[in-house]
Design a protein around this ligand. Structure first.
Ligand SMILES: Nc1ncnc2c1ncn2[C@@H]1O[C@H](COP(=O)(O)OP(=O)(O)OP(=O)(O)O)[C@@H](O)[C@H]1O
Length: 232
C-alpha cells in the first residue's frame, strides 16, 4: 500500500533523509525506531507531503503521489497524528472530532461521530462537551487518534503517541491501535520508543543518521537492536 524508494530529504543544505526505502502492506502495522533527531518525524512529514524529497518516489496504492499536496494526500486516505497531538484547546472534544471529517471526500458525509470511535476510546464519549485543552495528555492523545480516524484513513501515521503519557494509558492506546489494525484493515506506521508497543507491530525499521540500518519482523528484534535504537 505504501512504497518509499530512494528518498532523500534536505532542510536547506542539511541532508536529513538518506536513500530511504520502506514499504507497508495493507492491514500491516509497521514501527519506525531510532534515537532522537535521526529523522523519524521528517520521514512521516515526507509521506504526508509537508516535505518534498529531492530524489526517489512515494507510491501509495499503486499511484505515485510525490507531487500531491498534503490535503490531497489526506483525502486519498493518509491520516496523520503529529507528535504533541495538536488538539485544538479552545474547541470542544466533539468539535475537535468533527474537524477530522475535513479529509472525507463523500459529499453525503454526516456531521456525526460513529459509535466505533467510542468503542475504541470510551473516555471520549463522556467528555464530548469539554474543551480539548482541559483533557489530560493521555486523553488528548486518544482524541488526536480518534480525530484522524474520523477522516476514514487507509494508512494512519502516528508520531510517538505515548510520549509523556502514564503507563496505564499507554496500554490502552496500544490496545486501541492494535484493534484498529486487526478489525478495520487500516495500516499503521508508528514512531515509538516503548518496547512493549513496538512489539505490537508486525515489522520494524530502525533509523540512524537519516538512513534505514536494520529491518525485519518485530518477533525477530534482537537485544542488540533494542539497545541500540530504543530508549526503553
Ligand atoms: N525545520 C527544520 N529545519 C532544520 N532542521 C530541522 C528541522 N526540523 C528538524 N530538523 C533536523 O532534522 C533532523 C531530524 O529531525 P526529526 O525531527 O525528523 O528527528 P526525529 O528522529 O523525529 O527525532 P525526535 O524523536 O527528537 O522527534 C534533526 O537533526 C533536526 O535537528
Amino acid at each position: 500500500m505504501l512504497q518509499l524508494s530512494d528518498i532523500n530529504v534536505y532542510y536547506g543544505e542539511s541532508h536529513i533523509l538518506r536513500n530511504v526505502d520502506l514499504s507497508i502492506e495493507e492491514s500491516q502495522m509497521v514501527c519506525l525506531i531510532g534515537r532522537n533527531g535521526v529523522g523519524k518525524t521528517t520521514l512521516l512529514k515526507t509521506i504526508i507531503g509537508l516535505l518534498k524529497s529531492r530524489t526517489g518516489s512515494v507510491d501509495y496504492n499503486g499511484q505515485v503521489i510525490s507531487q500531491k499536496t498534503p490535503d490531497q494526500r489526506a483525502r486519498m486516505g493518509i491520516g496523520y497524528v503529529p507528535q504533541g497531538r495538536e488538539v485544538i484547546p479552545r474547541l470542544t472534544v466533539k468539535e475537535n472530532l468533527l474537524l477530522g471529517l475535513e479529509a472525507v471526500v463523500d459529499k453525503r458525509k454526516k456531521l456525526e461521530i460513529p459509535e466505533e470511535i467510542f468503542n475504541l476510546f470510551p473516555v471520549l464519549k463522556k467528555m464530548l462537551s469539554r474543551m480539548g485543552g482541559d483533557l489530560s495528555g493521555g486523553q488528548q492523545q486518544q482524541l488526536a487518534i480518534a480525530r484522524a480516524l474520523m477522516g476514514r484513513p487507509k494508512l494512519l501515521l502516528l508520531d510517538e503517541p505515548t510520549e509523556g503519557i502514564q503507563p496505564s494509558i499507554i496500554l490502552e492506546i496500544e490496545a486501541a491501535v492494535r484493534h484498529i489494525v486487526e478489525t478495520t484493515g487500516i495500516s499503521v506506521l508508528l514512531v515509538e520508543q516503548h518496547l512493549h508497543f513496538v512489539r505490537q507491530a508486525d515489522k520494524y525499521y530502525a533509523m540512524q543518521k537519516g538512513g534505514i540500518v536494520a529491518s525485519g519482523p518485530t518477533h525477530e528484534l534482537s537485544q542488540e537492536v533494542i539497545q541500540k535504537f530504543l530508549a526503553v
